[in-house]
Design a protein around this ligand. Structure first.
Ligand code: AMP
Ligand code: MG
Length: 440
C-alpha cells in the first residue's frame, strides 16, 4: 500500500454543492481509496472440504467424465426397448435374469426377452438400452435368487434411452468447469469433488482482527457501574467479518490506554491480514485509537459525507518485516460501526479474499418508498435502515425501521437494507430510492 495523501488532498478539496460542510470526503471517493489500497491475498491449496466460502485462484478442469459411466436415473428394470413395444395395450412378460445395485460393476447381460432389476445410479447392463420404472411393472417369483422362474410384467412401453443417464452428460473430461475468480459455494464444492479436484487453489481467506475500544465497555456480564455500557460491537463485527468470507479473530475489548492498545494492535498486525477497530476515531479527548494509530501507523482520518458513520479512519500498520496490514478504524456508535463496515470495510475485505469487483459490493437496486423518507439538507448522503418487501407491482418497496439514531442498534438490527437518501429534503412516499440490500 502506498501513501494516499495525494488522493486525500484532492478529496478534501472537494466541497459539496451546498457549501455547508467543508472537508468531508464523498463516500464513493473513500470507498475507492480503501479498495485501491487493499491487495488480493496470495493463493494457497486447501482441501475441497475446507474450500466453501473461498474464491478459486485457478481454473478448474475436469480429468474425468461425470457421470463416469452410463447409469439409470430410476429404480426399475433394464430392458431392450424393442421388447416393450405394445406393453401399454397388453402387458409384456420378461424373464428377470439378475440385479444390479448402485456401486456394482453391472456385468450382467440382458438378452432378448430378458430384464435385469436395477437401482438408481447402477450401470446399465450390456444389451439393455432403456429402463422401465418400477412403478410400471409387477414382479413375480422368488426375490432372493435368479433361477429362471422370476418374471416381470411391464405395463408401459419405453423408447430407447429411457431413464438412461449417459456418461459425461454433466461434465466432459477436459471441460473448463469453473474459471479462476469463481466463489466456491456449497454446490461448486460439490462439483469440484465430483471432478476429483481434491486440493483446489484458492485465494487465502483473510484473517481479520476485530477489537473494540473504550473504558465504558463491559463484556463480562458484570453489573454496570455508573457510566458503563454493555459492549456490543465486537460480536457484531466478528459476525460481519465471518459473513464476508474472512476468518474473524477476536482481539477483545481494549481500554482507552495507549500502551495496551499499541500492544494489541502490533500483535494483531503480526497475526492477521487486516485489523478492524471500533471506537475512538472521532474528535473526543480520549479517542486513543486516533492517538495510537497516528503515531504507529500511516493513517487517513476522514470525515465522510454520510450519516450515520461520519468518522472513519483507514491506513496501514507496518509489520517488522516491512509488509503492511490494512487498518479500518470504525466509529464506536453501534449503527455507525455497522454502516461503516458495510460501506467501507466489507468491499475491501471481499477484494482481499479474491472476490471480483462485481462481487465486492452488496446488490444495489431501485425501490419505491412507502412512506416519506424524512431528512434535512446537511451535505451528506443518508443511509436509512429500511425493511424491504416485494409488492404486487413486482417492485421492491421500503419503509424505515423504527428509530434511526446511530446508537439505536435494536431498531436497526432487523433492517434488510440501507436506503440511499441523497442530500436534500428527503424523498416523499411513492418516490424512487436506491437500496443497498443486505445479503449477497
Ligand atoms: P467513540 O467512537 O469511542 O467516541 O464512541 C461513540 C459511542 O459509541 C459512545 O457512546 C460509546 O460508548 C459507544 N461505543 C463505542 N464502542 C462501543 C462498543 N464496542 N459497543 C457499544 N457501544 C460502543
Ligand atoms: Mg470511545
Amino acid at each position: 500500500m502506498g501513501p494516499a495523501s495525494d488522493v486525500m488532498t484532492r478529496v478534501c478539496q472537494q466541497r459539496d454543492s451546498t457549501g455547508t460542510v467543508e472537508g468531508m470526503v464523498p463516500i464513493d471517493e473513500a470507498r475507492r481509496l480503501v479498495r485501491e489500497r487493499c491487495a488480493v491475498l496470495p493463493a494457497i491449496s486447501v482441501h475441497v472440504d475446507e474450500s466453501v466460502g473461498c474464491v478459486l485462484a485457478a481454473d478448474a478442469r475436469a480429468d474425468e467424465d461425470v457421470p463416469p459411466f452410463a447409469n439409470t436415473a430410476v429404480d426399475g428394470y433394464a430392458v431392450r426397448a424393442g421388447d416393450t413395444t405394445g406393453a401399454d395395450d397388453v402387458p409384456v412378460s420378461l424373464a428377470v435374469v439378475g440385479e444390479v445395485a448402485a456401486g456394482a460393476p453391472g456385468d450382467v447381460r440382458v438378452g432378448p426377452g430378458e430384464a435385469v432389476r436395477i437401482m438408481t445410479g447402477a450401470p446399465i447392463p450390456s444389451g439393455a438400452d432403456a429402463i422401465v420404472m418400477v412403478e410400471d411393472t409387477t414382479f413375480t417369483g422368488d426375490r432372493s435368487t435368479f433361477d429362471g422362474s422370476q418374471h416381470v410384467q411391464v405395463r408401459r412401453s419405453v423408447p430407447e434411452g429411457a431413464a438412461v443417464r449417459a456418461a459425461g452428460d454433466d461434465v466432459r473430461r477436459g471441460d473448463l468447469v469453473f474459471e479462476a475468480g469463481t466463489p466456491i459455494t456449497p454446490a461448486v464444492a460439490g462439483v469440484l469433488a465430483s471432478i476429483n479436484v481434491r486440493q483446489p487453489r484458492v485465494i487465502r481467506r483473510p484473517r481479520v482482527a476485530v477489537l473494540s475500544t473504550g473504558d465504558e465497555l463491559i463484556d463480562d456480564g458484570s453489573p454496570l457501574l455508573p457510566g458503563q455500557i454493555r459492549e456490543s460491537n465486537k460480536v457484531m463485527l466478528l459476525g460481519l467479518v465471518s459473513a464476508t468470507g474472512c476468518i474473524a479473530v477476536d482481539f477483545g475489548v481494549v481500554r482507552d490506554d495507549e500502551a495496551a492498545l499499541e500492544q494489541t494492535l502490533r500483535l494483531a498486525a503480526t497475526e492477521c491480514d487486516a485489523i478492524v477497530t471500533s471506537g475512538g476515531v472521532s474528535m473526543g479527548d480520549y479517542d486513543v485509537v486516533k492517538a495510537v494509530l497516528s503515531r504507529i501507523a500511516s493513517m487517513e482520518w476522514m470525515q465522510i459525507a454520510i450519516k450515520p458513520a461520519k468518522p472513519f479512519a483507514f491506513g496501514s500498520l507496518a509489520r517488522r518485516d516491512g509488509s503492511e496490514v490494512p487498518v479500518f478504524g470504525l466509529p464506536g456508535n453501534p449503527v455507525s460501526s455497522l454502516v461503516s463496515y458495510e460501506l467501507l470495510a466489507r468491499p475491501a475485505l471481499r477484494k482481499m479474499a479474491g472476490f471480483g469487483p462485481e462481487l465486492q459490493d452488496r446488490p444495489r437496486v431501485s425501490a419505491i418508498t412507502d412512506v416519506d423518507l424524512v431528512r434535512q439538507a446537511d451535505g451528506k448522503v443518508h443511509f436509512q435502515r429500511v425493511l424491504t418487501t416485494r409488492a404486487a407491482d413486482g417492485r421492491i418497496h421500503v419503509r424505515p425501521v423504527g428509530a434511526q439514531g446511530s446508537h439505536q442498534l435494536a431498531a436497526s438490527a432487523l433492517a434488510s437494507g440501507l436506503a440511499v437518501v441523497p442530500d436534500g429534503g428527503g424523498i416523499v412516499a411513492g418516490g424512487e430510492v436506491d437500496v443497498v440490500l443486505f445479503g449477497d
